[in-house]
Structures are given as structure tokens and as C-alpha cells.
Design a protein around this ligand. Structure first.
Ligand SMILES: Nc1nc2c(c(=O)[nH]1)N[C@@H](CN(C=O)c1ccc(C(=O)N[C@@H](CCC(=O)O)C(=O)O)cc1)CN2
Length: 282
């Protein structure tokens, strides 16, 4: 039996249309949501993602501004950029595109972003608020995954969700969000022993490891729901996920494709968070 495909681009369009209405309502109150993205260096994938973010903002009426900085900028100069944006009342949302160059302490930079403007939800205050179930700006990819699971009718209560990957961007927060919805959560990572014996127990398998087509049928219980967060550009120019989609598609019940799965939801949730941050200014 073929899996049902959980298209993120379809849901993303639906949510973006609704967000456009909210932006227009805010405009009537003289609030134009505004996002500033800081990009350091010239990582081609990062440049692509930032362009996608700008275009998505433009389409629904969010004002966006990109600050491009040289890869040799010092940590102190980058911190000063963040501090200036924190103090600028015309900026509702601040996002520092990751990864940053190796000489910059990413955690220190993210810690400086004013929590109410932290549309990526990476500041320790927002992470802490999420973990104790308080209102917070939630990281965009995990939030997008939760929207996808809800839209495609995946029930979570009591289900065993296995998360492969423990990054601060995706792995840790998605586990927390699933736990908040009463799933039983297991984390796996690069040091996990007998990986497939654990992943095979998953009703819902979330894969966020950044290794192209690493997960095969041997890692998955028949009929499981699979969410693929991977986005690797092959030399052919094709984008693939962390899951070998063609090999597993007849083995699972539901699966996100790559492209057009989780990726479009990440950007949609950034729009959502920017509007939420703008509303905080009221
Ligand atoms: N500050 C941040 N940095 C990074 C984040 C983040 O959420 N905040 N996430 C990733 C990259 N990312 C957004 O920044 C991102 C990755 C992929 C996609 C996406 O839509 N991909 C497409 C395929 C690619 C394409 O069409 O060119 C898809 O899956 O359909 C969006 C955003 C790391 N850095």
C-alpha cells in the first residue's frame, strides 16, 4: 500500500493566506510587521533560504530587511548589530541565519536577541518558556511539524515518537512539543547504539540528522508516520531528505516529501512568529 503524502507546501499556502488577512488587519491599526534577517558570509544554501524568507514576507505584506555581513566580522561587531536591532522600535522580528562562521560563538549571539523579537525561538528564555509550557516564540521547523501532524490528522496522545537528532533548532524542541501533546518521546543521536532497534518502535519517526537518505525501511516499523526534516543539495542540484523516500514510501502510512514537506512550513512559521512579535508591540 502506498503512503499518504503530507505535503507541506499545500498547508503552507493555506496558512499564508490566513496570515495575509491578519497582516492587513494590523495595517488598519498602523502596524506593519517587520523582520530583519542577519546573514554572515556567503554560504549558498543560507543565501537561498534568506531569499525565500524575503519573498514569503513580501507576498503577505510583512516588511523585511536583510543585513549582509562579511564572513570575517568579529563576534563583538555582530553582537553590536544585534543590540542595535534590539533597540530599534521599527524592528519586530530579528533572525540570525545559521550556521555562523566557526570563529563566532553562535550561542552567545542568540542569547543576546531580545526574547520578544526572537522569531526563531532560539533564545534561552524562549526555549525555557517552551519547556515549562508557557507562551513563547517557538522554533519554526518544530512548530511547522506540529501543524503538519495536526492538519494530516496524526494523533499523538500515548503514541511513541522517536526523534533522531538533538539539535537546538529541531531535535530538542520537537521532542518537547510532542511531549506537551502527551506523546511518549525517545531521542536518538549519533552516539545511540542499535539505532534501528529503537527507531523500529516508533509510531511517529522524526528524522533531523542532516545525512542524505540515511534512513531506510530497516529503521521503520510498517505503517509508521515519518517526518523528514533533511534538506541536502546533491551535486546534481536535486534536494533530498534524510530518509530514502522511494525505498520507504510503500512501507509507511504517512510521510513528508523533500522538497515541499517540512521546508515550506519552516518559512510559514517564521511569518507566523513575526506577526506574533509585531502584535506584542501593541
Ligand atoms: N536562523 C535559522 N537558521 C536556520 C534555520 C532556521 O529555522 N533558522 N533552518 C535551516 C534552514 N532553513 C531556514 O532557515 C530552511 C531550510 C529549507 C527550507 C525549504 O523550504 N527547503 C525546500 C527545498 C529547497 C529549495 O526549494 O530550494 C523544501 O524543503 O521544500 C526552508 C528553510 C538552517 N538554518
Amino acid at each position: 500500500m502506498s503512503a499518504s503524502i503530507m505535503y507541506g507546501d499545500i498547508l503552507a499556502q493555506k496558512i499564508r493566506s490566513n496570515l495575509k488577512i491578519v497582516v492587513n488587519e494590523l495595517k488598519e491599526e498602523n502596524i506593519i510587521p517587520s523582520l530583519t534577517v542577519v546573514i554572515v558570509g556567503d554560504n549558498p544554501a543560507s543565501k537561498t533560504y534568506v531569499k525565500m524568507k524575503q519573498k514569503a514576507c513580501e507576498k503577505i505584506g510583512i516588511r523585511s530587511h536583510v543585513i549582509e555581513l562579511n564572513s570575517d566580522i568579529s563576534e563583538e561587531d555582530l553582537l553590536n548589530q544585534v543590540i542595535n536591532l534590539n533597540e530599534d522600535d521599527s524592528v519586530h522580528g530579528i533572525l540570525v541565519q545559521l550556521p555562523l562562521p566557526d570563529h563566532i560563538n553562535e550561542k552567545r549571539i542568540l542569547e543576546y536577541i531580545e526574547p520578544t523579537k526572537d522569531v526563531d525561538g532560539f533564545n534561552p528564555i524562549n526555549i525555557g518558556r517552551l519547556s515549562i509550557g508557557q507562551d513563547a516564540l517557538i522554533p519554526c521547523t518544530p512548530l511547522g511539524i506540529m501543524e503538519l501532524l495536526d492538519f494530516y490528522g496524526v494523533s499523538l496522545r500515548g503514541k511513541h515518537a522517536v526523534v533522531i537528532g538533538r539539535s537546538n533548532i529541531v531535535g530538542k524542541p520537537i521532542g518537547q512539543l510532542l511531549l506537551n501533546k502527551d506523546a511518549t518521546v525517545t531521542y536518538c543521536h549519533s552516539k545511540t547504539e542499535a539505532l534501528s532497534s529503537i527507531t523500529k518502535q516508533a509510531d511517529i519517526l522524526i528524522v533531523a540528522i542532516g545525512k542524505a537518505q540515511f534512513i531506510t525501511k530497516d529503521h521503520i516499523k510498517p505503517g509508521a508516520v515519518v517526518i523528514d526534516v533533511g534538506n541536502t543539495f546533491l551535486s546534481s542540484g536535486k534536494v533530498v531528505g534524510d530518509v530514502d523516500y522511494n525505498e520507504v514510501k510503500d512501507h509507511v502510512s504517512q510521510i513528508t516529501p523533500v522538497p515541499k514537506g517540512v521546508g515550506p512550513m519552516t518559512i510559514t512559521m517564521l511569518l507566523h512568529n513575526t506577526i506574533k512579535a509585531a502584535k506584542n508591540f501593541k
